[in-house]
Design a binder for this molecule. Structure first.
Ligand SMILES: [Fe+2]
Ligand SMILES: [Fe+2]
Length: 218
């Protein structure tokens, strides 16, 4: 299936059983507030370097859990956005493990402050702004049922869209090929949600193959 995406197509074809890009599932009603906010969110993430990953995290949230509450879809679409604000935590990823608790907690915790602040500033429902914080805080390690869904959507989306990002880090010398593969493995193997974990592991294998192809193209 070919993705319909506004600025650039995804680096790789999406799988035939993957959700369509930015298409809400049929047969489910969403609130008018959500339907108004969602296109605004796409506007906010338009110039974010990893916009495809955020977009697909929202799509995969609903693919993994078709009845996911709206706040979880909003949280998925915005979960990494602290990186848009200068001054955030940095992972020395040539040497520090991807699963580093201090870095990941700082990153997720900062997003859990930035995103509700943005939502409030843009006039979103205060209850929604409150509800996104905890799942965003848990998106790297999971924990609660909401957090586990967030982690699954984050991992699957990352593995679907970012093999080229990791290959770029390796090809520009920011980390070794081994460290690049470790990132993809961590994203796949960490997933706690049972169904989400199966999908993530499938995309992990695919992303490692894509990564290796991009390596040989150097
Ligand atoms: Fe993240
Ligand atoms: Fe993410």
């Amino acid at each position: 299936m070919q993705a319909s995406h506004s600025l650039r197509p995804p680096a790789f074809e999406i799988e035939s059983d993957a959700p369509a890009w930015r298409v809400l599932p049929e047969g489910r009603d969403f609130s008018p507030e959500f339907l108004e906010l969602r296109p605004q969110i796409f506007g906010w993430i338009e110039d974010y370097y990893d916009r495809d990953h955020l977009t697909r995290a929202g799509d995969w949230m609903l693919a993994v859990e078709p009845e996911a509450p709206e706040y979880l879809v909003v949280a998925a679409l915005l979960h990494d956005l602290e990186r848009k604000i200068p001054g955030g935590p940095q992972l020395e990823f040539a040497t520090v493990p991807w699963s580093d608790r201090e870095y990941n907690d700082a990153h997720a915790g900062r997003s859990a402050v930035v995103v509700p602040t943005w939502l409030t500033a843009f006039g979103a429902d205060p209850d929604l702004a409150l509800a996104v914080a905890q799942p965003i805080r848990e998106h790297e390690f999971g924990g609660s049922p909401d957090g586990d869904l967030m982690q699954a959507a984050d991992s699957i989306s990352f593995l679907e869209t970012n093999a080229d990002l990791i290959a770029g880090w390796v090809n520009t010398g920011r980390c070794t090929p081994e460290k690049g593969v470790e990132k993809l493995r961590w994203m796949g193997e960490r997933v706690r949600h049972p169904e989400g974990g199966k999908i993530a592991r499938r995309y992990m294998e695919r992303s490692i193959r894509q990564f290796e192809e991009l390596q040989t193209e150097r």
